[in-house]
Design a protein around this ligand. Structure first.
Ligand SMILES: NC(=O)c1ccc[n+]([C@@H]2O[C@H](COP(=O)([O-])OP(=O)(O)OC[C@H]3O[C@@H](n4cnc5c(N)ncnc54)[C@H](O)[C@@H]3O)[C@@H](O)[C@H]2O)c1
Length: 247
């Protein structure tokens, strides 16, 4: 078992931009080797991003074969061990009333945001439990705790991620592998392009601190949860809502 942060490797899904890239940079700054997974690396340049990833892999988390193949390659390149998995890849899907929600878009949101997390955990858990150490951090959303009108597919998927996190955390609680999630409110990333201005201002109005979440704030919390100092908390949903969800 190696719990020295400097000698660890982390996979961050959806790592090419937004929260995932911020989390990757924070982990790298702390000395962790980072492996970026994303379905779309367009516009991503590691040097410009200020990052030297150990590996960049084009992975579609909604596709089990893609995830399984990439995980094997990642283990080999990492020299045999992956200690950290951050399941961050996600989409919002359209903003629409449930009665009009396009059937294919509902399925796409569930496939990426919920089944994608399952696929990555399914690949990583046997490896981590065999090694006797691991930290999995799933990026859920406040939508998964409170629901968001006109974004029901996203809220349902993120609520699923929270319940899935609790389930697997209990399944493997004695293995040395801890599984937690974070429930952020809105941060200004490309994800907001999928939302309407009314939807965005409605969310902002619910944040007692009166501002959006900063990418660095998510990254700092995830870095702690993904580290050895987080040692007696598993199955938990860490809040990142500026005082909105005080439960
Ligand atoms: N930004 C917010 O306000 C906010 C709030 C709460 C939760 N979140 C969650 O944080 C995570 C990151 O979101 P973000 O705001 O950085 O969005 P973003 O759109 O900037 O980044 C998401 C990344 O996921 C990647 N991705 C999408 N589908 C994928 C797939 N099938 N396989 C692999 N990669 C895929 C995208 O290419 C992109 O790089 C998401 O899970 C999102 O739901 C974001």
């Amino acid at each position: 078992m190696n719990t020295n942060r400097q000698a660890q490797t982390a996979i961050i899904t959806g790592g090419a931009r937004g929260l995932g890239l911020g989390i990757a940079k924070r982990l790298a700054d702390e000395g962790t080797d980072v492996i970026l997974w994303d379905v779309n690396f367009q516009g991503f340049d590691a040097a410009t991003a200020g990052l030297q990833p150990l590996l960049q892999q084009q992975v579609d988390v909604s596709n089990w074969e893609s995830v399984g193949r990439a995980f094997q390659e990642a283990v080999e390149v990492a020299g045999g061990q992956i200690q950290i998995l951050v399941n961050n890849a996600g989409i919002n899907g359209p903003i629409a009333p449930t009665a009009e929600y396009p059937l294919d878009q509902w399925q796409r949101v569930i496939d990426i945001d919920l089944t994608g997390v399952f696929h990555c955990c399914r690949a990583a858990i046997p490896h981590m439990t065999h090694k006797g150490y691991g930290r999995i951090v799933n990026v859920a959303s406040i939508a998964g705790k409170e629901g968001n009108p006109n974004s029901a597919a996203y809220a349902a998927a993120k609520g699923g991620v929270i319940a899935f996190t609790k389930s697997i955390a209990k399944e493997i609680a004695q293995s040395g592998v801890l599984v937690n999630c974070v429930a952020p409110t809105m941060a200004e990333t490309d994800l907001l392009q999928q939302m309407t201005p009314e939807f965005i201002s409605g969310i902002k109005a619910k944040i007692p601190m009166g501002r959006f979440l900063k990418i660095e704030e998510v990254a700092a919390m995830v870095a702690w949860i993904a580290g050895p100092d987080c040692s007696f908390t598993t199955g938990f949903t860490f809040d990142l809502t500026g005082g909105r969800a005080t439960y």
